[in-house]
Ligand binder design. Structure first.
Ligand code: OGA
Ligand code: MN
Length: 197
């Protein structure tokens, strides 16, 4: 049951500040979302991602290209994804009392050779971001492809492979993290659950 999976990742987040859930998406959903991502990419809708509130592009820090997803212009596949995300949010609010009231979400594509240096997701002036989530869209990702998400925890660093269907979720204001250089195009849906509108 879906709730059991949600429960498992939420327990991890409460315990350790982060959680990993494989098969948040089915392989069919990964294939379909890849098609939607590719269509948007081919329509030149992706923009070079920036850093800080000014969205300054600094490729020595961050090399991904992103497209912000809005519910209003989502296609059927994306709507299904947002429905799933919203049921997850409902479950988070039911179990965690984080008071999530909104979310923001984008596709990300890291071209070969790119990365995102160590950072924290929460802007200093913005307290709304409570949980960061990343859902990977990479079919058959292998360790030698690189592109691991490194999480810098208090006493250790862990590396997570961006395997298709996998969801990673962590506390936005607490866990510093980094995307290690990828040698294959690396795709995901990334977003933040916020306690502000
Ligand atoms: C980000 C980020 C991690 C990942 O977009 O802020 O840290 O694994 N992404 O893609
Ligand atoms: Mn980040």
């Amino acid at each position: 049951m879906q709730e059991d999976k949600f429960e498992a990742i939420i327990e991890q987040i409460v315990e350790k500040g982060f959680g990993v859930l494989d098969d948040f998406l089915t392989s069919e959903e990964v294939v379909d979302l890849n098609k939607s991502l590719t269509e948007r990419y081919n329509n030149n809708l992706f923009k070079q991602a920036g850093i800080s509130k000014q969205h300054e592009v600094v490729k020595t820090i961050r090399g991904d290209e992103i497209f912000w997803l809005e519910k209003e212009n989502a296609d059927e596949t994306e709507k299904d994804f947002l429905d799933k995300l919203e049921s997850f949010i409902g479950y988070v609010n039911y179990t965690c009392y984080l008071g999530i009231r909104s979310y923001e979400i984008h596709y990300a594509s890291y071209p070969v050779g790119t990365f995102y240096k160590r950072h924290l997701d929460k802007f200093k002036s913005d307290s709304g971001r409570k949980l960061s989530f990343i859902c990977y869209l990479n079919e058959n990702w292998q360790p030698e492809n690189g592109g691991q998400l490194a999480l810098y925890l208090e006493n250790e660093t862990i590396e997570i492979l961006p395997i298709g269907g996998r969801l990673v979720c962590f506390e936005s204001d607490k866990i510093e993290h980094e995307v290690l250089p990828t040698n294959r195009e690396r795709k995901s849906i990334t977003g933040w659950l916020k306690n502000t509108e």
